[in-house]
Design a protein around this ligand. Structure first.
Ligand SMILES: C[S@@+](CC[C@H](N)C(=O)[O-])C[C@H]1O[C@@H](n2cnc3c(N)ncnc32)[C@H](O)[C@@H]1O
Length: 299
């Protein structure tokens, strides 16, 4: 039923390179290309998945919506690069990124994991849903999604919002898919989405689990247009940064403490940031709201 020959793929790849030069210079496509191409096995699986991806995402959709071929090609180029980025980055996860895949369900049971996360009534989740609803945001990226508890929370509250879901852990991505959720595998430090593509990026209980927060905050601000919401379970404070991790057979689980002033100074280095505020929600949780400039929002 679906016939896509190599010349069409090559044609699209040419478009990719042209659009890469003029439109999406921020992505280091050459590096990604090299990483993917160094592994023939990965390249094969990327090609196969790409064919399926084209079929699912564009050919059915474009015939229904009658997109022009040029627009389809442009979107295709960008999405394929993003898709390849995700694939490339999944090849070499860092030790702390692998902890979840390697230890959840084994050293740490899924029940314990779900108890760490709290259910849809966890105070920070309720506060975030209320806030997003009041702000009338139209789209949200939930990264990392974990067990997709917030996805179900928003559904439960009947909040009408385009919901995007990303997590780095393949077994959690599989779980989300089994729940019928359209989820992507990717890192918060290299989010596989375009600049300014959602109203709000929402990151709960993750910055303390990274080796540091800067790359993630950079990415969250890049992808959001209106606000970045970060929920901390270790409240930033006056003491100096403290990077703590436990080693589980070579896989690291960080529980970092961050200096609040230093974190605020970093947030303020972004031209897109209009203002920020802290919202205390419980004895151990605090929400950082980073509001982005209306200038960017009017684009
Ligand atoms: C403590 S859970 C939080 C999940 C969810 N935000 C919540 O509050 O229910 C941490 C999650 O981060 C994911 N994760 C760890 N490192 C990541 C990274 N670099 N990029 C994206 N997700 C990551 C793990 O797979 C796990 O699902």
């Amino acid at each position: 039923m679906f016939q896509l020959n190599r010349s069409i793929v090559l044609f699209i790849l040419c478009f990719m390179n042209i659009f890469y030069i003029v439109n999406i210079q921020s992505i280091d496509y050459q590096k990604i290309e090299r990483e993917v191409d160094q592994s023939p096995e990965l390249m094969k699986s990327v090609e196969n998945s790409f064919l399926q991806f084209l079929f699912d995402k564009y050919f059915i959709k474009s015939s229904l919506e009658d997109d022009s071929m040029l627009n389809v090609s442009f979107d295709l180029c960008v999405d394929f690069i993003i898709f390849k980025m995700s694939a490339a980055q999944l090849v070499k996860p860092k030790p702390h990124e692998q902890w979840w895949e390697q230890c959840l369900g084994l050293q740490v049971s899924m029940l314990t994991f779900s108890q760490w996360l709290g259910d849809i009534n966890a105070q920070s989740r309720v506060a975030v849903r209320e806030h997003v609803k009041n702000k009338k945001y139209k789209s949200i990226l939930d990264i990392p999604s974990g067990l997709c508890i917030d996805f179900f929370g928003f559904k439960h509250n009947g909040v009408d919002i385009d919901y995007y879901v990303i997590d780095i852990t393949p077994k959690l991505v599989d779980y989300a898919q089994s729940q019928g959720i359209n989820v992507r595998c990717g890192s918060i430090e290299e989010i596989p989405m375009r600049d300014a593509s959602v109203d709000v990026c929402y990151a709960r209980h993750i910055l303390e689990h990274l080796d540091y927060y800067q790359k993630a905050i950079f990415e969250l601000i890049r992808v959001a247009t209106k606000e970045v919401i970060i929920v901390f379970f270790i409240k930033p404070g006056e003491k100096s940064d403290k990077i703590n991790y436990s080693d589980c057979g070579g896989y690291f689980l960080y529980h970092n403490y961050y200096n609040q002033q230093q974190l605020e100074q970093y947030v303020q280095t972004f031209s897109q940031v209009d203002e920020f505020e802290w919202e205390e929600v419980s004895s151990n949780e605090i929400i950082l709201h980073i509001y982005l400039t209306t200038k960017q929002n009017s684009n």
